[in-house]
Design a protein around this ligand. Structure first.
Ligand code: PRP
Length: 181
């Protein structure tokens, strides 16, 4: 298995992720099977989770992509969120499901949710693979569906990066502190 030197340890294995994504797919299929939902991938981090989750959805759905970024190349949130909500995506009347890799301060999803709500979706829910509740800045903000709640560790892999690296690891791992300190 590919495990770069910078990885300290595997926090969530490929098998654990696979089982969790299958379980989330079952729950979401049940909820959305008659709703032709619009699944939104929040680039870039969510791309791996999104691709796996949509294949665990056993019902009709549509997909689209948005770009949100807050971190730059630092390990701490910059506190500002850049949203690029694609022109031409029709949200009105749709059952929208935002798919994220990680909920951290919640600034990104708070901004995105507030933006999308003005576009009159029939419903709007948030799915995240990872949640770091101890890092929340937007108090009380939660996802509707969460895969794993984790401690305040700097994690990479399965779509998550450090300075654009490690997104291709099939597991979620922690970085050795010397990499980012
Ligand atoms: C990450 C992640 C979420 C956001 C969560 O994206 O994918 O979108 O940060 O952090 P928050 O809850 O503190 O807002 P990032 O801005 O690093 O961009 P990327 O997805 O392109 O890596």
């Amino acid at each position: 298995m590919y495990c770069p030197d910078e990885i300290e340890r595997i926090l969530i294995s490929e098998d654990e992720i696979k089982a969790k994504v299958a379980e989330m797919g079952r729950v979401l299929t049940e909820e959305y099977k008659d709703k032709n939902p619009l699944f939104i991938c929040v680039l870039k981090g969510s791309v791996v989770f999104f691709a796996d989750l949509m294949r665990e959805m056993h019902c009709p759905l549509e997909i689209n992509f948005l770009k949100a970024s807050s971190y730059g190349s630092s390990t701490v949130s910059a506190g500002t969120v850049k949203l690029d909500v694609g022109a031409g995506i029709e949200f009105e009347g749709r059952h929208v499901v935002i798919v994220e890799d990680i909920l951290d301060t919640a600034r990104t999803l708070y901004s995105l949710k507030n933006d999308l709500i003005t576009r009159n979706p029939a419903s709007l829910k948030i799915v995240t693979l990872l949640d770091k509740p101890s890092r929340r800045v937007v108090k009380g903000f939660t996802a509707d569906y969460t895969g794993f709640a984790i401690d305040d560790l700097f994690v990479v892999g399965y779509g998550l990066d450090y300075d654009e690296r490690f997104r291709n690891l099939p597991y979620v791992g922690t970085l050795k502190p010397e990499v980012y300190s």
